[in-house]
Design a binder for this molecule. Structure first.
Ligand SMILES: *[C@@H]1O[C@H](CO)[C@@H](O)[C@H](O)[C@H]1NC(C)=O
Ligand SMILES: *[C@@H]1O[C@H](CO)[C@@H](O)[C@H](O)[C@H]1NC(C)=O
Length: 362
């Protein structure tokens, strides 16, 4: 079978080279004409495919007319077509390439360590933005709080880009690697969430499919294990660390470590509690969520469109492409992504015009 395929290929390439030779002999001009026509044909077909199937307007849903109109008026990005790079629109490719394609702006943080009453520690990285022109007074300068995702830190390039955006807007930034879940959120004026995993059961199931297990799950598991390894001498007293280090997936890691550490009777109890989808009813600050329909970390069938429609404080922006924290945009997306634009416009709108968003529920 292999042999005959090989032979066929051989014959084919031979025929092709004879064909090309003839073309060249007939006249270099005609030869390159055929090549050019082929290239143009492919190009036109691809462009057609791109315009009809790849470049699309995002879908915006909200539980309240007021919030919906506010977004349309103050954040034009929510109504604009999202153009992923024509050479890199596929979900996994975007997700994997984004850290390499985008630049890493230089940012210098001031760290603050806070001891929690339960013995825990909260590490805050501040970007004070003393050079702010629009808000020179520290006491009234708006503060933007950023929380990186799983295994993320204040050094992730997507975080650095958001710091950069806020620096330009004149705001200061606070980055917390851990915040109490029951913190009083009433001081927040607005929230924007990117590529949230809505239902942890669905997210882990999606990441256990063969290709995604190979591309993402194993890597994330090793990052989680590395953070356990750093504190091994302390953790060893209470957990079977050898067993934890042998986990092959995030779910196995959570079963053996995370759920136990946070005192859940089972891993399913932990996953239920960690799934924002069950808490959307109680959100009381204006919250915009951006998800890509092709995100393998947060499968589209688990995006809570109906739940969002039930709460006037919520809005959901769904793009067809973008992957997980990908959202690369334009020809060569080095400095700003679609996500950065959503962030910038929303933060600016909430800080400047957010007063109209009070009492959305009433
Ligand atoms: C705030 O509202 C005013 C008046 O509607 C508008 O001109 C301005 O562009 C808005 N600001 C932002 C950041 O959207
Ligand atoms: C916490 O939130 C409640 C309303 O839910 C509010 O009455 C109270 O003042 C808040 N506490 C602080 C410290 O902000």
């Amino acid at each position: 079978m292999m042999m005959s395929l090989d032979m066929n290929l051989h014959v084919l390439t031979k025929e092709l080279s004879v064909y090309l030779e003839n073309q060249v002999r007939v006249g270099g001009f005609l030869g390159s004409g055929v090549g050019l026509a082929l290239a143009l044909g492919f190009g036109a077909a691809y462009a057609c495919y791109y315009w009809t199937s790849i470049a699309k307007k995002p879908k915006l849903v909200s539980g309240g007319k007021k919030f919906y109109e506010f977004l349309k008026e103050n954040c034009p990005v929510v109504t604009e077509t999202y153009y992923p790079p024509f050479w890199c629109w596929e979900s996994r490719v975007q997700t994997l390439l984004r850290p390499f394609v985008t630049s890493k702006p230089w940012v210098c943080y001031r760290n603050e360590l806070i001891r929690a009453p339960d013995g825990g520690q909260i590490s805050l990285d501040w970007f004070d933005n003393e050079e702010s022109l629009s808000h020179p007074d520290t006491s009234t300068r708006p503060t933007v709080l950023l929380l990186p995702g799983l295994t993320g830190t204040s050094r992730e390039s997507y975080i650095l880009h958001m710091v950069q955006q806020s620096r330009e807007l004149g705001y200061s930034m606070m980055l917390a690697n851990y915040l109490g879940r029951k913190g009083n959120a009433t001081c927040l004026k607005g929230v924007v969430v990117f590529s949230a995993g809505w239902d942890v059961f669905e997210c882990t199931a999606s990441l256990e499919k063969p290709l995604d297990r190979f591309l993402f799950n194993a890597y994330l598991t090793s990052c989680l294990q590395a953070s356990v390894h750093r504190h091994r001498p302390v953790l060893e007293r209470n957990y079977d660390i050898d067993h934890v280090m042998k986990a092959k997936t995030i779910r196995e890691f959570d079963e053996r470590f995370t759920s136990k550490m946070f005192g859940y009777p089972t891993n399913d109890d932990y996953y239920r509690d960690a799934s924002p989808i069950y808490k959307l009813k109680s959100v009381q600050v204006p919250m915009l969520c951006l998800n890509a329909a092709d995100d393998v970390f947060s499968p589209s069938h688990a995006i809570p469109v109906e739940a969002v429609k039930q709460n006037p404080n919520l809005a959901l922006l769904i793009t067809c492409h973008g992957g997980h924290i990908g959202f690369l945009e334009g020809l060569w997306p080095r400095h700003s992504t679609y996500m950065d634009r959503v962030f910038r416009q929303f933060v600016k709108a909430v800080i400047e015009n957010g007063s109209v968003l009070t009492n959305l529920t009433s």
